[in-house]
Design a protein around this ligand. Structure first.
Ligand code: HAS
Ligand code: CU
Length: 595
């Protein structure tokens, strides 16, 4: 008999397994759309209509960054709370209820997106994963998102319930580190989702149902980014949880400092939300001063990641020295590089260091003007969520899936090749995306062909960059195929008694060294809310004041479309000769239309 998670918590293991399998399904779908779009964009292989590109892009984005990441992390959080409190969930039916809500929500939103491919169905949601106005989706999409987010709220309540029950029995004990990380992340999430809940329930859903005529696009954008920045930490913090509490163990050592880890998570809780405006440096209608405050907060927000880099690398070094490593750098050779779980997570960390660099560039108000809306940003987030998070999740699955199924991993060599392929694929793809962004190549564009001019050079041409992007994309697809082969192979294997024990890393400097105030969650919540109020109340008031709660009484989107249609009509039917006069006509009538 082994000491795996499933042996101690069989009922919870089923929940965690369901969450993981749902996330992998989303990963598979997202992967298919990913390769379609990488080959389409780079003009290497095209079989979809460019008009469908946005449906593909929406499906890729939503399945990857909403469904894959969040389903996986609720599994990790359930494991973390039950393992570190050493008690099962309070009521397993309650636990299944949030799994159910999240699943129904995903199916609704997914159907709304995929229906966009079928012309005969009058449902679509090609609004990209940022889904703000003026793009509008079918109500089914917004309703699905609502159910999904409510599901995560209920999940958080489930974990808080476990903690309260545990606290009654252990009134003086410190919150175990994994549970502490789950609770701080969830408080951050509750604050952050207020933005998207308001945006959907008050504006986007009623607008899409036809209950209100117009919305204020800047207001819905701002409410989206209120949530849109912290959501990236909702993906990152579970990866950090695994880097702090599991990676040292896989490296053969202990966590360097439990108190530092707590400080890092408290800083994320405080600073994740009052920075969202750094996605809106180029939005007209928000005063520069508010943007400056967002930039300053963002620079402070680098701190917990620097702390993490220090603590996690120190822990890994400790592990290497336990394994006989010596020297300033040669200890690196003593790490278990043949273990796919360790190798995948460490490689994810390495690429995240580069991702942090491009994040700092993004965050500078003036440099942002150079990279905003270019492929640079896409490079940035494929290193962050696409590698630091996704590769960590895939690598750690090779440890988790045996824990929750009771079956041995099907093939460790294939697993090692898989994580290394992901690392290489992302290196090609993101490095060239960053470079392409610097020469101005736009993101979210189906047809950036750059043909019709001569620009001959061996390195640095659009052709070279595109080739690297496509090569990277293909390697990633191969990597995914290997991942699914391994998961399916494992799932269909037979039960084994030869599994590693469940558990997480001990700390060199443990929770007793951490000041008690760090565990005062009420205090940190209060400060976090105050910071959000300071950062957002004035900008929101001024946006509403200038543009109206439900918009400035113009329908910007259709008005522009009308004039474009008018021009297209003119060109088609009257020929180019008439274009100039049509243009003048449009120009003169435009103010009329917009009024
Ligand atoms: Fe970002 C845009 C700024 C982190 C995701 N970001 C995006 C978008 C996404 C995204 C999805 O200020 C695009 C949204 C859209 O569609 O428009 N980002 C930052 C900054 C950070 C940052 C300052 N981003 C993330 C993370 C993400 C993510 C994390 C997902 C998970 N980002 C921006 C800005 C924009 C932006 C602007 C808007 C751009 C625009 O114009 O549109 C920071 O949090 C980064 C801090 C990271 C570090 C690195 C620390 C290094 C570590 C590695 C340790 C090494 C190990 C390995 C463990 C300072 C922790 C050891 C191994 C051994 C072998 C020893
Ligand atoms: Cu951000």
């Amino acid at each position: 008999m082994s000491n795996a998670y499933i042996d101690k918590f069989p009922a919870e293991a089923k929940v965690v397994k369901a969450a993981f399998y749902s996330s992998f399904l989303a990963l598979a779908l997202g992967g298919v759309f990913g390769v379609i779009q990488t080959l389409h964009r780079t003009d290497i292989y095209r079989f979809i209509d460019s008009a469908d590109y946005y449906t593909v892009l929406t499906a890729h984005g939503v399945f990857m960054v909403i469904t894959f990441t969040i389903f996986f992390l609720v599994g990790v959080f359930t494991w973390a709370v039950t393992t570190s409190l050493d008690r099962g969930v309070e009521d397993i039916r309650f636990t299944w209820s949030w799994v159910g809500l999240m699943t129904i929500g995903t199916v609704m939103a997914g159907v709304a997106i995929l229906a966009g491919f079928v012309d005969s169905i009058d449902i679509s949601a090609s609004v990209l994963f940022t889904f703000y106005a003026p793009l509008q989706a079918h109500p089914l999409f917004y309703l699905g998102l609502v159910l999904f987010v409510v599901g995560t709220w209920v999940a958080g309540a489930d974990w808080f319930r476990s903690w309260w029950a545990w606290k009654k029995e252990n009134p003086d004990a410190r919150i175990p580190l994994p549970t502490f990380m789950v609770l701080t992340t969830m408080i951050m999430w509750y604050i952050a989702t207020m933005g998207v809940a308001t945006s959907i329930l008050v504006f986007l859903l009623p607008w899409s149902l036809g209950w209100i005529e117009t919305v204020n696009p800047l207001l819905t954008r701002t409410l989206f980014w209120f949530f849109g920045h912290p959501v990236v930490y909702f993906w990152l913090m579970p990866a950090y949880l695994l880097w702090y509490t599991m990676l040292p163990k896989f490296a053969g050592g202990k966590l360097f400092s439990d108190p530092l880890a707590r400080v890092g998570f408290v800083l994320f809780l405080l600073l994740s939300t009052p920075v969202g405006i750094h996605h809106q440096y180029l939005d007209p209608g928000i005063a520069e001063g508010f943007k400056f405050i967002a930039m300053t907060n963002t620079m402070f927000l680098l701190l917990p990641s620097f702390l993490t880099a220090f603590t996690v690398v120190a822990s890994i070094e400790h592990g290497a020295r336990q394994r006989g490593g010596t020297g300033y750098f040669s200890w690196l050779k003593s790490l278990p590089w043949r273990d796919p779980v360790f190798a995948g997570m460490a490689l994810a960390g390495l690429l995240f260091a580069a991702a942090g660099f491009s994040g700092m560039v993004n965050a500078g108000m003036n440099i942002n003007y150079l990279v905003h809306n270019s492929l640079w940003v896409v490079g940035h987030f494929h290193l962050t969520v696409g590698t630091a998070v996704a590769l960590t999740f895939m690598a750690v699955s090779y440890w988790f899936i045996p824990q929750v199924t009771g079956k041995e991993l099907w093939n460790r060599s294939v697993a090692l090749i898989q994580v290394v392929l992901w690392f290489i694929g992302m290196t090609f793809m993101t490095n060239s995306m960053h470079r392409a962004g610097l020469i101005g190549m736009p993101r979210r564009t189906a047809e950036p062909q750059y043909t019709g001019f001569e620009f001959e050079t061996a390195v640095g041409s659009v052709g070279e960059l595109n080739a690297q992007i496509a090569l990277g994309g293909v390697l990633l697809t191969l990597s995914l195929v290997l991942f699914f082969a391994n998961i399916i192979g494992t799932a269909f294997g037979s039960r084994s008694d030869n599994l590693p024990d469940n558990g997480y890393a001990e700390a060199l400097s443990g929770s007793d060294d951490a000041p008690r105030v760090l565990d005062n969650l009420k205090l940190w919540t209060a400060i976090a809310v105050v910071l959000v109020i300071i950062a957002y109340s004035l900008p929101l008031m001024s946006i509403v004041d200038r543009g109206g709660l439900f918009g400035p009484d113009i329908t910007a989107f259709p008005a522009n479309l009308e004039s474009v249609r008018f021009l297209a009509f003119a060109v088609e039917h009257l020929g180019t000769a008439a274009l100039e006069s049509a243009g003048t006509l449009a120009w003169n009538t435009l103010p009329e239309v917009i009024r």
